[in-house]
Design a protein around this ligand. Structure first.
Ligand code: HEC
Length: 101
């Protein structure tokens, strides 16, 4: 393999890795989402008027909101404590799961 082939191969692999990590792991998200079902519904549709539906939520929007709730720039007495323990990976996985519904 010459240097150009190596560079091209490396860039392609890096892009793929980026796509995979940005997309999250929906299966891992589903496991974590058991905690969320109490309020957001087992099928991602909330049972009442004050709690948002998460089914089909946009991946990027959900990542942004969960980070804002975790970091305190968005606060809610019920949702902030739920977001507080989540890692970046948990957030990607949860967003992948709900956006895939
Ligand atoms: C105790 C009830 C409760 C639980 C459990 C809960 N949430 Fe929430 N969640 C809420 C409420 C209430 C809001 C609305 C907050 C507001 O009005 O700002 C919310 C908002 C959100 C939002 C923002 C939605 C939007 O449209 O802006 C996301 C995303 C979210 N929750 C994800 C989760 C995830 C993921 C879990 C599980 C780890 C979870 N929630 C667990 C009550 C809960």
């Amino acid at each position: 393999m010459n240097i150009y082939t190596k560079l091209i191969t490396t860039s392609i692999l890096m892009c793929l890795a980026g796509i995979v990590s940005a997309a999250g792991d929906a299966a891992a998200g589903k496991e974590k989402a058991a905690l969320c079902a109490a309020c957001h519904g087992a099928d991602g549709i909330s049972p009442n008027d004050l709690w948002p539906n998460l089914k089909g939520q946009k991946f990027g929007y959900m990542v942004k909101q969960l980070k804002a709730l975790r970091d305190g720039s968005r606060t809610d007495p019920m949702m902030s404590p739920m977001a507080a323990p989540l890692t970046d990976e948990d957030i990607d996985n949860l967003a992948a799961y709900f956006s895939s519904m």
